[in-house]
Write a protein that binds this ligand. Structure first.
Ligand code: G3H
Length: 249
């Protein structure tokens, strides 16, 4: 089954209203391959979601960077999946390594979040990835498999899930995984899905790569058989994000 290339821009905790509007203008004016070829999703901080959604071209989509694990209520500071649906936000990024590391989000908690977000009708970019220490100790595949299993244990339908493999050591460091390193883990993840979920899910589930992707390194990474797109941090705030979108072709 053909997997449509997907490029996400994770703006993280950056931007003012003016800066966000500038990025949207840049995106709106860009000439990129059609929606049939590449799916583009940008993820501003919560507070900018409405303005970005209202100004952004209709062939690009928006994602929240997180949502609460269950139905909303007395959870100060949280934003629920229902609220995102109410605002017609179609996507949410869950399990980003910054949240796993800094806010102690466990594999189980991320699995619960993915399941709840899907149950409310959101599409999910679920992030996984190993630390440098885990890579150097040879446990990369075991780590990402455990992170994926925690999600697989809680869901029965993968149609609205995209995995984002983001080695922690490559995030924001300028130290991108080599195309061979990325391909190796993506291949292993697809094999894990085949062995543990099913051949159809393995063939159809998209796996993005994230970690120091930029305009210069995206093309070779994109040519890898099991790399189905990118989740971009720093470079998604810059004009080179357009080049990354274009690497789909
Ligand atoms: O979600 C995006 C990743 O954390 C990658 O960030 O492109 O700045 O390394 P980066």
């Amino acid at each position: 089954m053909a997997r449509k290339f997907i490029v996400g821009g994770n703006w993280k905790c950056n931007g003012t209203t003016e800066e966000v509007k500038k990025i949207v203008t840049l995106l709106n004016e860009a000439e990129v391959p059609s929606e049939d070829v590449v799916e583009v999703v940008v993820s501003p901080p919560f507070v900018f979601l409405p303005v970005v959604k209202s100004l952004l071209r209709s062939d690009f989509h928006v994602a929240a960077q997180n949502c609460w694990v269950r139905k909303g209520g007395a959870f100060t500071g949280e934003v629920s999946a229902e609220m995102l649906v109410n605002l017609s936000i179609p996507w949410v990024i869950l399990g980003h390594s910054e949240r796993r590391a800094i806010l102690n989000e466990s594999n189980d908690f991320v699995g619960d979040k993915v399941a709840y977000a899907l149950s409310q009708g959101l599409k999910v970019i679920a992030c996984i990835g190993e630390t440098l220490e885990q890579r150097e100790s040879g446990s990369t595949v075991a780590v990402v498999a455990a992170q994926t299993k925690a999600i697989a244990d809680k869901i029965s339908n993968w149609d609205n899930v995209v995995l984002a493999y983001e080695p922690v050591w490559a995030i924001g460091t300028g130290k991108v995984a080599t195309p061979a390193q990325a391909q190796e883990v993506h291949f292993e993840l697809r094999k894990w899905l085949k062995d543990n979920v099913g051949a159809e899910v393995a063939a159809s589930t998209r796996i993005m790569y994230g970690g120091s992707v930029n305009g210069a390194n995206c093309k070779e990474l994109a040519s890898q058989a099991d790399v189905d797109g990118f989740l971009v941090g720093g470079a998604s705030l810059k004009p080179e994000f357009i080049d990354i979108i274009k690497s789909a072709t």
